[in-house]
Design a binder for this molecule. Structure first.
Ligand SMILES: [Zn+2]
Length: 193
């Protein structure tokens, strides 16, 4: 049984449901209804987190360390990165803590975010953390409200730029999330009743 469950989750892409539930819970707790996502509010509601902007080696955007009981979560962000990139990395590390630590995946109590490499797939935990970070900062239902019109193909650069400004993310991150938006069936789930 155990083995079958593990094999299935390793091969099926939508293990993203767990990441989405974590994100929905955070949005509900903070009553997040309008962009941009405000980390000050998240951090004041979650005092287990300590965030520092520090020098990190090139190629390393951020990392998180947890105490064994998960009571203390320390995040280091590469201070030379742009603000939108810092925000995405912070969101990524939060998903590692709220999802992967809770699921028992962070056995060595640490995780990081490295610059993507063109060749090869990012590991599953990294893709989940990126998915969760994007969902935390740019929920599809909120994009749907903010966009001037709905397209089923790529948005023009002017729209991408404006959306990235409103949501305080990089244009690259916005483009990736807009791909999820345009290929979605349009029934956007809101975490509020
Ligand atoms: Zn990571």
């Amino acid at each position: 049984m155990q083995k079958a469950a593990r094999t299935r989750s390793a091969h099926s892409a939508p293990t993203y449901e767990a990441a989405q539930s974590v994100v929905d819970a955070i949005h509900q707790r903070l009553d997040f209804r309008r962009p941009p996502f405000r980390f000050e509010e998240f951090l004041s509601a979650h005092d287990a987190y300590k965030v520092f902007e520090v020098d990190l080696p090139l190629g390393l955007d951020g990392r998180i360390f947890l105490t064994p009981d998960g009571e203390q979560k320390t995040i280091h962000l590469r201070k030379d990165n742009t603000r939108p990139r810092l925000r995405f990395t912070l969101a990524h590390e939060i998903i590692h803590a709220e999802l992967h630590f809770a699921q028992g995946h962070l056995r060595d109590l640490t995780a990081c975010r490295t610059v993507e490499h063109a060749q090869g797939q990012r590991p599953q935990l990294e893709r989940e953390a990126d998915f969760g970070a994007a969902a935390l900062l740019m929920p599809l239902w909120m994009l749907d409200e903010a966009l001037p019109y709905r397209l089923r193909h790529d948005y023009p650069d002017t729209v991408v730029r404006e959306m990235s400004r409103i949501f305080r993310v990089s244009e690259t991150a916005m483009k990736i999330q807009l791909k999820r938006y345009t290929s979605h069936d349009g029934d956007f789930h809101r975490p509020y009743s």
